[in-house]
Design a protein around this ligand. Structure first.
Ligand code: ADP
Ligand code: MG
Length: 620
């Protein structure tokens, strides 16, 4: 028998390894921006064409590279950031694995120009399939410019796996924002298809947040600042009114690195307690700084996960710090501030973690403030206690207001449920005779069939009808548009505006005609003719949430999500009186659906009761 093991050629091995680091344009953005930060740049520019699929370039004014480093940086495990294994516990840079540029060079056509301050000439290098095609001296500014062209040109399977430009651009924007929020002292700019979508001057964290989230946030942020010897927590949390239905705007940084940690997110959200309605998520941008020796960021190649030496302790610190801030700013009542017994009894609090650290922590004010029962978070007389009452007085009113605006939003019977314009009585799934269709409990429609009867849920049925209609709208000529007599302006945050911009053609297809209208605003010129609504702004915002949500789920396209949302919004609700004509029309339209038995959520839409079954029961 011949031997069967081959060593993979290095370019294939590189491509496979690259898949770990560069999954999509967004991951390349993260790596290149972090390299620029590590290089000490004070100005960083990101430029993409075609959502990074055609061109993805990062230009920085950092320390640049020598001629030899410019070649070596593309080798696997080439890094200037660590020399030995011990360095891992003191690492302060964003990168250290020396894999990013090697991966970039394995999956795109790379051109880099770089120059150090001390060199008169820089160097320009071109790489393809991990091989250097060309390197020559060039005149260029101090710093580095790396451009990746035709991402995955040599890995078609991966290229095909990329999602639509809208979704990829959303990932890029997410990564850009995460790095930009980590370093408010650095100027960042982001240009997509020739249009500058972000221009972030250097400034304070608060200024950066307001630049990113919109000026309305300047009065909605609450500062968090707790410094102890073990860890520091700084940053801002949103007042309860910033809460949204998706987790989108939640940023947690550990030593300036964006991390995802559901456990710590829970600490933050739970500190709000009853201030938030169920299923709502507050805004936050929080920065935890602690000794790198007590965290392990080495758990995942894309380095968003993190392990703490003592996670429970960090949890307790965070929760306590947030409560403290909410109380200080009179958003939550101080009286509520007895700490959970659970936290007090945690090992991390009641037992030492390590001897010297324990003493350090014990002596910190924050520790004292949450361990001392009843005196935790006492509000000093200087802070304004009356405000929280206002908050609670307002809360129920706000809810009422919200409800009634929702009610307004529910379509009125005839606007929501317009029978198709032909005047004939439709023949529904075998309905015979005129008075054989009835509405029961304003929810179910019952009608006679030759060998039994059908009971149908009106809301599910109408949702399915509209879902298929909106879904079909993506193909073909789209929805009919009703021009608005008085176009309304829709104001969005600076992060949402580019997202909306990128789906304008899709929205038009759905019957929403929008035009850019100054900074981060759009004018709604027309809406779906068959589905008038009094709160189109809310519909647009829901669509945006769908696009964001779809970006994070693998299997559902954002178009399908939008069709579902619109169907839910515009369908007749249970509890709504339907006229006979409307019922017949609904049944007729349902019968024309591709899936008329099962709702898009997987629920049955109707049940059939056969005469045989009835005669069995009655034994007749
Ligand atoms: P890592 O960041 O983990 O060290 P990379 O592959 O991202 O690995 O980069 C390899 C090396 O190339 C870095 O350690 C750094 O020395 C150098 N380098 C990368 N990008 C830049 C840049 N923008 N400016 C200066 N040096 C850079
Ligand atoms: Mg790097």
């Amino acid at each position: 028998m011949p031997n069967i093991i081959n060593l993979l050629p290095s370019h294939i091995a590189n491509q496979i390894a690259a898949g770990e680091v560069i999954q999509r344009p967004g991951s390349a953005v993260k790596e290149l921006l972090e390299n620029a930060v590590d290089a000490g740049a004070s100005e960083i520019r990101l430029i993409v064409e075609d959502a990074g699929k055609a061109v993805l370039q990062v230009v920085d004014n950092g320390k640049g590279m020598s001629e030899a480093d410019a070649r070596n940086c593309f080798e696997r495990h080439a890094t200037s950031k660590i020399a030995g294994i011990d360095d891992l516990s003191t690492i302060k840079t964003m990168g250290f694995r020396g894999e990013a540029l090697a991966s970039v060079a394995a999956v795109s056509q790379v051109q880099m120009r770089t120059r150090r301050e001390e060199d008169e000439l820089g160097t320009e290098i071109e790489i393809e399939n991990s091989r250097i095609l060309r390197q020559e001296p060039c005149a260029c500014p101090v710093g580095t410019s790396i451009s990746m062209k035709n991402l995955f040109f040599n890995v078609p399977a991966r290229r095909n796996f990329l999602k639509s430009n809208v979704v990829e651009l959303k990932h890029i924007t997410d990564e850009f924002i995460r790095v930009a929020l980590g370093f408010p002292g650095i100027f960042f700019s982001f240009t997509s298809n020739g249009q500058e979508v972000f221009h972030l001057d250097k400034g304070t964290l608060k200024q950066r947040l307001v630049q990113l989230m919109g000026s309305s946030y300047s009065t909605k942020l609450v500062q968090v600042e707790e410094k102890t010897d073990y860890l520091d927590i700084t940053g801002f949390i949103g007042k309860p009114e910033t809460a949204k239905k998706t987790r989108g705007d939640q940023y947690l940084f550990v030593n300036n690195r964006f991390v995802k940690n559901p456990y710590l997110n829970h600490a933050i959200v739970s500190a709000y307690e009853a201030l938030l309605p169920q299923g709502n998520f507050p805004f936050f941008a929080l920065y935890i700084d602690l000794d790198p020796a007590t965290v392990d960021i080495n758990v995942h190649p894309t380095k968003q996960e993190i392990k703490f030496q003592d996670e429970k302790l960090v949890y307790a610190f965070i929760k306590s710090a947030i409560r403290h801030s909410l109380a200080q700013y009179s958003i939550a009542p101080a009286i509520d501030f007895g700490l959970d017994a659970g936290i007090q009894q945690m090992d991390a609090i009641s037992k030492p973690f390590t001897r010297p650290q324990q003493d350090e922590v014990r002596s910190s004010n924050l520790y004292k403030s949450f361990v001392g029962r009843n005196q935790a978070h006492r509000i000093e007389s200087s802070s304004n206690l009356s405000n929280w009452r206002d908050f609670f007085d307002q809360a129920p009113k706000q809810q009422v207001a919200e409800q009634s605006s929702l009610e307004q939003f529910q379509p009125k019977p005839f606007s929501a449920f317009q029978p198709e314009p032909n005047n004939e009585v439709p023949k529904a799934l075998g309905v015979n005779g005129q008075s054989s269709i009835h509405q029961i409990h304003l929810t179910y429609i019952v009608f006679e069939q030759p060998n039994g009867m059908t009971i149908l849920h009106q809301q599910l049925a109408h949702q399915q009808v509209l879902f298929e209609k909106f879904n079909a709208g993506w193909q073909g000529k789209g929805m009919a548009i009703q021009q608005s007599l008085f176009p309304i302006a829709i104001q969005l945050s600076p992060t949402d505006a580019p997202l909306l911009q990128s789906i304008l053609p899709d929205l038009l297809q759905m019957g929403y005609q929008l035009e850019p209208f100054g900074a981060n605003a759009f004018l709604l010129q027309g809406s779906p003719a068959d589905h008038p609504s009094e709160n189109n702004q809310a519909v647009i915002e829901m669509i945006l949430e769908d696009v964001k949500d779809a970006a994070s789920t693998l299997h559902i396209s954002y178009k399908e999500k939008i069709a579902k949302t619109l169907a839910r919004k515009h369908a007749a609700k249970a509890g709504m009186k339907l006229e006979e004509m409307e019922m017949l029309d609904l049944v007729e339209r349902l019968s024309q659906c591709k899936n008329n038995a099962t709702h898009f959520d997987g629920k049955p839409i109707y049940v059939e009761v056969k005469n045989d079954y009835l005669s069995d029961i009655f034994r007749v």
